[in-house]
Write a protein that binds this ligand. Structure first.
Ligand SMILES: NC(=O)c1ccc[n+]([C@@H]2O[C@H](COP(=O)([O-])OP(=O)(O)OC[C@H]3O[C@@H](n4cnc5c(N)ncnc54)[C@H](OP(=O)(O)O)[C@@H]3O)[C@@H](O)[C@H]2O)c1
Length: 260
């Protein structure tokens, strides 16, 4: 799962499904606050069906990335969601993807987005993020440290601004940017970032990042809201939190629900 700070206007959900509220980004576009992540290490074989089911349940925001290798599946699920009538059209869905570190150099940003769009079968993204403030000459995982090169924040951001101006990404933003990096980016940006997607949950609250972003109207999106529980780099601080267990019991909810 993935979640952002609360907003208030409803974003159309189908009959029987729960309407997930949206937050208005600095571009004027509405972003549903609860997103469906597709970057899990478990890589289920039936991911396309899982996504279509999530759309039937009311999810409208799908989060992918070039690095996850789930863009073709997300694109197929978007097409199937429309075909099957889970949503009236593609414009009812909010699709986020991300620029991988091997494309984080000025001349590669627009071409990399066009490649993501081709894999997704979409004409535009709702949100395109710089995945990490890191650049490398190779894209594999785990990242080979000998391939790391200096990250040209300004050059990469000019490419992101081009993506926005070309209409290929309705909103552009970043991910994994510290408070200091946000300040640097905001000082040079002609098109300000709409979102900073960072690891955030009750055990990791990102207070400095949230303060800078709030001051500049940048929405903070939380990834690993459950602490990436069970993941190889995850933590049990959320799912085994005594406070969340108490809140969940008092409200008759699961711990995961109590956290969002
Ligand atoms: N921008 C970035 O750099 C970045 C980095 C990481 C993630 N993300 C995005 O954020 C999304 C979510 O992050 P995440 O997968 O790392 O972390 P997460 O949502 O915090 O945790 C996922 C883990 O929690 C378990 N889980 C899910 N629902 C549960 C429930 N109701 N009860 C108990 N356990 C539950 C899952 O188990 P099962 O697998 O068994 O369901 C999985 O192991 C990703 O898919 C990706 O889209 C972005």
């Amino acid at each position: 799962s993935m979640a952002t700070g609360a907003g208030d206007d409803g974003h159309g959900a189908g009959a029987g499904a729960t309407a997930i509220p949206s937050v208005i980004l600095n571009t004027g576009h509405a972003m549903p606050v609860l997103g469906f992540g597709t970057g899990s290490p478990s890589k289920p074989a039936d991911l396309a069906n899982i996504i279509v089911h999530a759309v039937r349940l009311g999810y409208r925001h799908l989060d992918t990335a070039s690095m996850y290798r789930t863009e073709p599946t997300v694109g197929a699920a978007v097409a199937e969601s429309v075909r099957a009538g889970a949503v009236p059209s593609r414009t009812d869905l909010f699709v986020t993807s991300k620029l991988w570190i091997s494309d984080a150099r000025p001349g590669r940003v627009v071409p990399a987005l066009r490649e993501s769009l081709a894999r997704l079968g979409l004409a535009y993204l709702d949100l395109f993020l710089v995945h990490w403030p890191v650049a490398a000459t190779a894209g594999g995982l785990p990242v080979d440290k000998s391939t790391l090169v200096e990250f040209d924040m300004e050059g990469v951001w000019r490419g992101m601004e081009d993506c926005h101006r070309l209409g290929l990404a309705r909103s552009v933003g970043v991910s994994n940017f510290s408070a200091a990096k946000m300040e640097r980016l905001l000082a040079l940006a002609a098109v300000p970032p709409a979102v900073n997607q960072v690891e955030m949950n009750v055990g990791w609250r990102q207070e400095k990042v949230r303060e800078v972003c709030a001051r500049h109207g940048v929405v903070v999106a939380a990834y690993s809201p459950l602490g990436a529980y069970g993941g190889f780099w995850g933590s049990d601080a959320v799912m085994e939190s005594g406070v969340l267990h108490d809140v969940a019991a008092a409200r008759g909810k699961t711990v995961a629900q109590a956290n969002t």
